[in-house]
Ligand binder design. Structure first.
Ligand SMILES: Nc1nc2c(ncn2[C@@H]2O[C@H](COP(=O)(O)OP(=O)(O)OP(=O)(O)O)[C@@H](O)[C@H]2O)c(=O)[nH]1
Ligand SMILES: [Mg+2]
Length: 329
């Protein structure tokens, strides 16, 4: 899927600006495969972004994130708002694999020209999923999507970079998501802005609600107490209420000037996340390609050289860095 003849840097950027589906699809495919043209187009579009509101939806596998997003999309479409959905599946090596399940659940919206849905797996990204997600979000933003939902599977840490660009983060749990409760309690998982306990048709939903409440009660300092909504995505139960809570969070951020602050922090975080991921790749490649650096690793493994000395030498050689390895007195 190379950049085809029919799109140039200018025509692709213009197509995205006009919200043209074919241009959008092409731009995101290029983003996904780290094509230089995608980089140039996002660079051209970037000054026009910052208008879309990004809602991150995270939670353990199978809790109903896609189903809830589908229901939320239905709800906001009644208000005539244009929507983008990026569904990120870090466990899927193939985009197609990631697509299949979500396709079925989001299929209701495929005929709606104001809804653009895209799944992304890990294939093809040189810069990792955080980079691809950020770029895809910027493309949808430039295309004038008012709302963008970012879905990613998460149990605490790995998803942070993907979801870290969201303005409002919704954590979806279901009866039986005990591990997530533990992760919240232990502070491994960040407290989200809104919590949905989905599959409320399940008999243990109320128990789950109480458990989540008791964990949140531990935090009395924050000026925003995350609301908890019991939902049933399949029947659209309490979906308007969930959307209302998301809107309330947005209003909270906007009224206190916190949205601007959060976005600045998110963008800085993304720059560091992407740069770190690239630096790591560069380091791994450099070590793999350099027999002398590989020998340092061997020596550590055979206990001839201590790890920090190896780190120091590798950093010096690969990044020209000295004294950055914590070995200072
Ligand atoms: N009983 C019940 N089942 C639900 C509800 N919401 C979703 N499901 C079902 O739960 C399963 C998983 O739903 P998805 O929306 O794919 O969940 P997900 O969190 O996006 O899953 P992954 O993306 O694979 O992590 C599907 O079989 C849904 O039909 C609900 O409210 N009640
Ligand atoms: Mg899903």
């Amino acid at each position: 899927m190379a950049a085809r003849r029919d799109f140039t840097r200018e025509s692709l950027a213009d197509g995205v600006r006009a919200g043209d589906r074919r241009a959008l699809a092409r731009a995101i495919t290029l983003v996904e495969n780290s094509y230089p043209l995608a980089y140039e187009v996002v660079r051209d579009l970037y000054p026009e972004t910052g208008r879309a509101y990004a809602v991150g939806v995270t939670g353990p596998p199978g809790v109903g994130k896609s189903s809830l997003i589908s229901a939320l999309v239905r709800h906001v479409r009644e208000q005539e708002r244009s929507v983008g959905v990026i569904s990120v599946d870090p466990s899927s090596p193939f985009t197609q694999g990631a697509l299949l399940g979500d396709r079925i659940r989001l299929a209701d919206h495929f005929l709606d020209p104001e809804v653009f849905i895209r799944s992304m797996g890990t294939r093809g990204h040189l810069g990792g999923l955080a980079e691809a997600t950020l770029q895809a979000l910027l493309v949808l933003d430039a295309a004038g999507k008012e709302l963008v939902f970012l879905e990613t599977v998460g149990t605490g840490q790995g998803e942070v970079e993907v979801i870290g660009i969201a303005d409002t983060v919704v954590l979806v749990l279901m009866p039986g998501s005990g591990d997530s409760i533990q992760a919240l309690k232990a502070g491994i998982m960040e407290i989200p802005d809104v919590i949905a306990i989905n599959k409320s048709d399940h008999p243990a939903a109320k128990t789950m609600l109480n458990e989540v409440r008791s964990v949140l009660a531990l935090d009395t300092e924050s000026d925003w107490q995350p609301p908890i909504v019991l939902t049933e995505a399949m029947r659209g139960e309490n979906v308007p209420e969930l959307w209302e809570k998301i809107e309330e969070h947005r209003a909270h951020l906007e009224s206190e000037g916190l949205l601007e602050q959060r976005r600045r922090e998110n963008l800085a975080g993304e720059v560091f996340a992407v740069a770190s991921s690239r630096a790591r790749d560069h380091l791994q490649r450099a070590v793999a390609d350099d027999p002398e650096l590989r020998r340092l690793l061997d020596e550590v493994q055979s206990r001839k050289l201590d790890p920090l000395t190896a780190v120091r030498e590798i950093m010096e050689k690969v990044f020209n860095l000295e004294d950055e390895d914590g070995t200072r007195a």
